[in-house]
Design a protein around this ligand. Structure first.
Ligand SMILES: [Cu+2]
Length: 112
């Protein structure tokens, strides 16, 4: 009986726990934040080292998305106070925009 309960509960319970562990395991300097406010990505351009996880937080009261021009990452629709995170492993310049409001643009520059 117990193993049946565990098999049902584990996939649901593990997903958020795993995400938290990954965030906790990352060095402090390997995390950067972009805040969305007033239909603007702030900072609009951000330079990080390869391996850095960038987290976008929607501070607006309307939903947004974060979509890479080269399609290397794409968020779901992010509502108010929701987040999207992506870890940049390859150096390069990654231009992105909001697919709902395409005039919203930003750039992540990844250095080796
Ligand atoms: Cu938007």
């Amino acid at each position: 009986m117990l193993h049946i309960l565990l098999r049902r509960a584990l996939p649901v319970a593990l997903a958020p726990a795993t995400a938290l562990l990954l965030i906790a395991a990352a060095p402090a300097q390997a995390a950067q934040t972009v805040t969305i406010g007033n239909f603007t990505f702030g900072p609009e351009a951000l330079t990080v080292k390869a391996g850095t996880t960038v987290t976008w937080i929607n501070g607006d009261d309307v939903p947004h998305t974060i979509v890479a021009v080269d399609k290397s990452f794409r968020s779901r629709v992010i509502d108010t106070d929701e987040r999207f995170a992506f870890t940049f492993t390859k150096p390069g310049a990654y231009a992105y925009f909001c697919s709902i409001h395409p005039h919203m643009t930003g750039k992540i520059v990844v250095t080796p």
